[in-house]
Design a protein around this ligand. Structure first.
Ligand code: ADP
Ligand code: MG
Length: 571
């Protein structure tokens, strides 16, 4: 007697569903993609217990017609594809018609939706056994989908779900990435009732990168745009030569709006930077590739994570060539002179934007506070200073005539000392460094070691002006940071503070103040305007002590007339 039997439809459906729905992330991914396909302009995502208990996605997209709902939840039903040839013009993220039926096999669903025509909609509850309830309701255009008790009927799968934190982190990472490519869509995420992020819709990729990863990341990037016509377009923000990060975590690729990790693109991107980055550095950025759907096959994996190109070679050489040309044309020291490319070079670069950040007069970044203007309190007029600025030598040292001597002031060391003194005074006076609130929460993913230190030193960081909120799984949200810093630096300096070892003599806090001062001070090789130099020197000469910076390095080289004359053999 044979032993081969056909699976019962119920078992088969569950197995097939398991291919699509593996964990909360898969549900979020499918539902979010559906909302984007439905033309949503705003997406609200709410999770309970890392999505294991509840996943809710609310969109303002086209909504369901009541009569379509049953079909949408049956296998291989989709509104996005009818004929095989449609694959060549696929513009949507979904097309397999598998997500909703699969999710319904392994969770309970409550769907409220309206096409917005009558102000009425429908609410449907369903689970693995099918539709349970249906009622008409008042509802504005869009869809509100609640998926609860994932794997309630699938105990084996349920047991293999990871911790709340792990699941949440995976979803966070996915949403952060996806949000990059859909900057005209607002995204927000709540977890266990707490808001984790909210990215309002913006008008450019640049602004979205700013929202998601903060200004310091953005400042290491430059814009890229290349339109070859015929649906072939490259767009992105990519590392400037000489910048880049420690690993490849922040390399994001999208092909026709689909987030992919694909080896041809990864290779082209990384190889374009050969010789342009320091050792152990990797380029970072967001690269959006648009190409005719007919040249791509996305239909090779139920989760649509993989993608195949019809012509890998052509894709590689296009991306590699465009990036290479652009990177070569812009040496790091010329960042300010970054000009749009001529039409003949087939590459167009965007406007200067943050690209010129390195060259921006530092006063604008708020590194040196504008002195408060108090009427009647102007102690001296700028024309009556006790020193005269002669100029700036190699963009690093301010040349000054003062008290009959010639001074070379190290701009970095001087600024560092000014900041250090100001911070120490504030700390003494009010017990805390003044903080500035962030516009958007800046997320900072810590290493396990950094996390342990954060747990030890939370109070101290508070006194130093940091207001931090742990989001779980080693992600910190920076709510406020030392007002002295620009928001660009808030994360980098937090890292530095968490990495410095505290066992050294001299106490931990002064050392940390020195770190903040050093990192936030103007660097050498940075051109300054006369006004900036004046403001710096006013502050600097007003200090009691100005020989050594907080790290003990000298700040000023002084040449007396005597010394000069001696060397010129006038004496
Ligand atoms: P696919 O996305 O591959 O078409 P799904 O099972 O994910 O398959 O969805 C089935 C159908 O349900 C979609 O084709 C679409 O018509 C409809 N649908 C799903 N989600 C939404 C939504 N948020 N708003 C409007 N329609 C939706
Ligand atoms: Mg879908």
């Amino acid at each position: 007697m044979g032993v081969v039997k056909a699976l019962s439809p119920e078992v088969y459906r569950k197995i097939a569903a398991g291919e699509v729905v593996e964990r909360p992330l898969s549900v979020v991914k499918e539902l979010v993609e559906n909302s984007l396909d439905a033309g949503a302009g705003a997406l609200r995502i709410e999770l309970d217990e890392g999505g294991k208990k509840k996943i809710r996605i609310i969109d303002d997209g086209c909504g369901f017609y009541p009569e379509d709902i049953t079909l949408a939840f049956s296998r291989h039903s989709t509104s996005k594809l009818t004929r095989l040839e449609d694959f060549d013009h696929l513009k949507s993220l979904g097309f397999r018609g598998e997500a909703l039926p699969s999710i319904a096999q392994v969770a309970r669903i409550s769907l409220t939706s309206s096409t917005g025509q009558s102000g009425l909609g429908v609410r449907v509850n369903l689970d693995a056994e099918g539709e349970k309830e249906r009622e008409e309701c008042v509802c504005s255009r869009g869809t509100d989908m609640i998926v609860s008790d994932l794997f309630y009927n699938f105990p084996v799968r349920k047991r293999f779900l990871k911790s709340e934190r792990t699941e949440l982190n995976a979803i966070l990472r996915y949403l952060e990435q996806l949000a990059l490519a859909y900057w005209t869509v607002a995204f927000s995420l709540r977890h266990n009732g707490r808001e984790l992020f909210s990215f309002p819709a913006v008008s450019s990729l640049r602004d979205r990168i700013y929202q998601v990863f903060g200004k310091d990341f953005l400042e290491g990037l430059m814009p890229l745009e290349n339109d070859r016509g015929q649906d072939r377009r490259l767009k992105g923000w990519i590392s400037k030569p000489g910048k880049g990060g420690r690993d490849r975590q922040r390399q994001f690729f999208f092909v026709n709006g689909r987030n992919v990790r694909e080896k041809t693109l990864i290779a082209a991107f990384n190889q374009a930077y050969a010789g342009l980055l320091e050792k152990e550095r990797h380029p970072q950025g967001v690269l959006l590739v648009d190409m005719p759907s007919s040249e791509i096959d996305v239909n090779i994996h139920p989760m649509k994570l993989e993608i195949k190109f019809v012509d890998n070679h052509a894709l590689f050489s296009w991306v590699y060539r465009v990036l290479g040309a652009m990177l070569k044309g812009e040496s790091p020291s010329q960042a300010a002179a970054f000009q749009p490319w001529s039409a003949s070079s087939a590459v167009t670069a965007g406007p200067v934007g943050v690209d010129s950040a390195d060259q921006k007069p530092f006063l604008q970044t708020g590194w040196i506070a504008e002195p408060a203007i108090v009427p009647g309190l102007a102690l001296f007029d700028s024309r009556e200073r006790e020193y005269r600025i002669l100029g700036q030598f190699i963009h690093s040292y301010i040349v000054v005539e003062k008290g009959g001597e010639l001074l070379l002031v190290d701009q970095h060391n001087a600024h560092e000392t000014v900041i250090y003194n100001r911070l120490s005074a504030q700390l003494q006076r009010i017990g805390k460094i003044p903080a500035a609130a962030t516009l958007f929460p800046i997320l900072c993913e810590l290493s396990p070691q950094e996390w342990a230190r954060y747990e030890d030193r939370g109070d101290e960081l508070g006194r130093l002006g940091y207001e931090l909120e742990p989001l779980g799984n080693r992600v910190l949200s920076i709510r406020a940071y030392p007002a002295e810093l620009s928001d660009t630096q808030a994360r980098e300096i937090l890292r530095a503070l968490l990495n410095g070892d505290d066992e050294e003599s001299g106490g931990a806090v002064p050392k940390k103040l020195a770190t903040i001062s050093c990192k936030s001070a103007i660097k050498v090789n940075h051109p300054l305007t006369e006004q900036e130099m004046r403001r710096l020197l006013d502050d600097f000469f007003a200090l009691d002590q100005h020989e050594y910076c907080p790290h003990g390095r000298p700040i000023v080289v002084t040449l007396s007339v005597e010394e000069i004359e001696k060397r010129l053999k006038r004496r």
